[in-house]
Design a protein around this ligand. Structure first.
Ligand code: SAM
Length: 279
């Protein structure tokens, strides 16, 4: 939970804690789904927490959004129809929009309050979303949404909260089967899949379920200073492609702050303890 004591905001996670020096709390309100809080930090811009878990800061957000969006979008030869589940802060959709070949982005976030708060306190995350005709806002449960989608998407990105409550189902076999059915025959999915230092068993379960459901599955890492250990994982899967390989020659994008073509494949090279832990 994120707790403010004096000038510090501290998120405790299992037997650890991570603190940010705070100027002030900017917002705190329980939505229909979760407690939404925003703090102004000394050196990291604004910080959003949902039910006391750090989600995004102005300073670090580019790492997570680059890696969740661009690894699958460059692994697919010509992504046109994309589904983003979760990602209410807007950062993932913003990154998808940079691929000019993408024709449609369905944005399915369960909690509209997260997007409204992000518009106010993280304008850089939602920049351009409402002006881009490709973005279709569909506030609702992504788990239900995919059930009604068959053979539609080239890429599905799952930018959910931790596997409990509203997001618990985003880590399960039934959902993965529904995602598979919603993807076209060469579709690719990628999802945030927690922290290898504290939650390797969760990653192991997700990887086993994806392996059972898809022809190809993989795990790649990124380093996100505002998450409990700083190491974060993304689990991906495809009906046809090895996602560590870049195939998309159409997307000419410059100015990344984290993603690079070299890092695209390197991110799949795992430390031995992670390899052992997901066996
Ligand atoms: N993108 C952020 C980052 O940089 O780490 C964090 C993730 S984003 C804020 C997580 C979102 O998933 C939240 O806005 C939450 O409301 C949403 N969410 C959780 N379960 C969902 C579901 N079943 N369907 C749609 N959205 C869901």
């Amino acid at each position: 939970m994120a707790k403010m004591t004096g000038k510090w905001c501290t998120e405790t996670y299992k037997d650890t804690a991570l603190s940010f020096k705070i100027k002030k709390k900017l917002y705190s309100k329980r939505s229909k789904f979760q407690l939404v809080e925003v703090f102004e930090t000394e050196k990291h811009g604004n910080l959003m927490a949902l039910d006391g878990c750090y989600m995004v800061t102005t300073r670090e957000e580019f790492v997570y959004h680059d890696m969740l969006a661009h690894v699958p979008l460059f692994a697919h030869p010509d992504p046109k129809k994309v589904l983003v589940i979760g990602g209410g802060d807007g950062g993932t959709v913003r990154e998808v929009m940079r691929h000019k070949g993408v024709e449609s982005i369905d944005f399915v976030e369960i909690d509209g309050d997260v997007y409204t708060v992000s518009k106010k306190y993280f304008p850089e995350l939602v920049k351009g979303l409402e002006g881009d005709k490709r973005v279709h806002f569909k506030f609702g449960d992504g788990i239900k949404f995919v059930k009604d989608s068959k053979d539609i998407y080239d890429v599905i990105l799952i930018d959910g909260t931790d596997p409990s409550d509203i997001a618990g189902g985003l880590f399960g076999t039934e959902f993965f089967n529904d995602v598979k059915a919603a993807l076209k025959k060469d579709g690719i999915m990628s999802m945030q899949s927690e922290d290898p230092w504290f939650d390797l068993p969760i990653i192991k379960d997700v990887q086993a379920r994806l392996k059972k459901t898809f022809a190809y599955s993989g795990l790649y890492l990124a380093f996100i200073p505002m998450y409990p250990s700083g190491m974060w994982s993304f689990s991906c899967a495809s009906k046809k492609y090895d996602i560590s390989v870049i195939r998309n020659k159409k997307s000419k994008i410059t100015g990344f702050k984290y993603y690079t073509p070299e890092l695209h494949s390197a991110a799949f090279k795992l430390p031995q303890f992670v390899k052992d832990g997901i066996k």
